[in-house]
Design a binder for this molecule. Structure first.
Ligand code: GTP
Ligand code: MG
Length: 217
């Protein structure tokens, strides 16, 4: 079970800082990217989740101790024919979740190529998490947990095995990312972003170029 729940904006401390981050999900088709987002944003799971066309956009907010973090989530389509669109979604992203399916070795190999592509072409400070999804299917496991953990250590990635079906570690992986993202205005948020100055209170639009970090009143 997920141990920590995301919280809605109205639970945020009025004194706290509000940060907005663009997060992209990448990975082979059918590994469960949309299912992870659906679990995180709506607390739901669909056995027959439809394959994504192009990309989907959703938002969710989590509260840390003194900061409210709003994620602008771009859920990309994993089918190979959409690969050329991916840079549009990871460009300017402050965070990425690269997903593979623990029951399918090929998806782990594909995840590694996504990590390489992000390391070469995405923002240099991007926070990357690797999610080994479908951990509820451990009887069909083909990707060793420790191998993926060691690979993540070597590459400076956050790593968790998740299950969109049972909710295991789904909130935790987003929270771990929220905690790792820089929240200081000068140090790693607005200053390092391609755009800045988006007031989160004005509706948090779907700007694919990234967000900002500002203070609430
Ligand atoms: P594309 O949109 O084609 O890139 O696929 P996707 O990565 O978004 O996968 P999607 O979320 O559509 O899930 C594919 C299938 O896997 C669906 O039938 C889901 O119900 C199933 N699925 C997703 N996550 C899990 C999980 O954690 N456990 C199990 N058992 N099935 C899952
Ligand atoms: Mg999808």
């Amino acid at each position: 079970m997920a141990s920590r729940a995301p919280q809605r904006p109205n639970n945020a401390s009025p004194q706290g800082k509000i940060c907005q981050f663009k997060l992209v999900l990448l990975g082979e088709s059918a590994v469960g990217k949309s299912s992870l987002v659906l679990r995180f944003v709506k607390g739901q799971f669909h056995e027959y989740q439809e394959s994504t066309i192009g990309a989907a956009f959703l938002t969710q907010t989590v509260c840390l101790q003194d900061t409210t973090v709003k994620f602008e989530i771009w859920d990309t389509a994993g089918q190979e024919r959409y690969h050329s669109l991916a840079p549009m979604y990871y460009r300017g992203a402050q965070a990425a979740i690269v997903v593979y399916d623990i029951t399918n070795q090929d998806t782990f190999a594909r995840a590694k190529t996504w990590v390489k592509e992000l390391q070469r072409q995405a923002s240099p400070n991007i926070v990357i998490a690797l999610a080994g999804n479908k951990s509820d299917l451990s009887n069909k496991r083909m990707v060793d947990h420790d191998e993926a953990a060691a690979y993540s250590d070597e590459n400076g990635l956050l790593f968790m095995e998740t299950s969109a079906k049972t909710a295991m570690h789904v909130n935790d992986i987003f929270l771990a990312i929220a905690e790792k993202l820089p929240k200081n205005d000068a140090g790693g948020t607005a200053a390092n972003r391609p755009t800045s100055g988006v007031d989160i209170t004005q509706g948090g639009g779907s700007n694919p170029q990234g967000g900002c970090c500002g203070r609430s009143q």
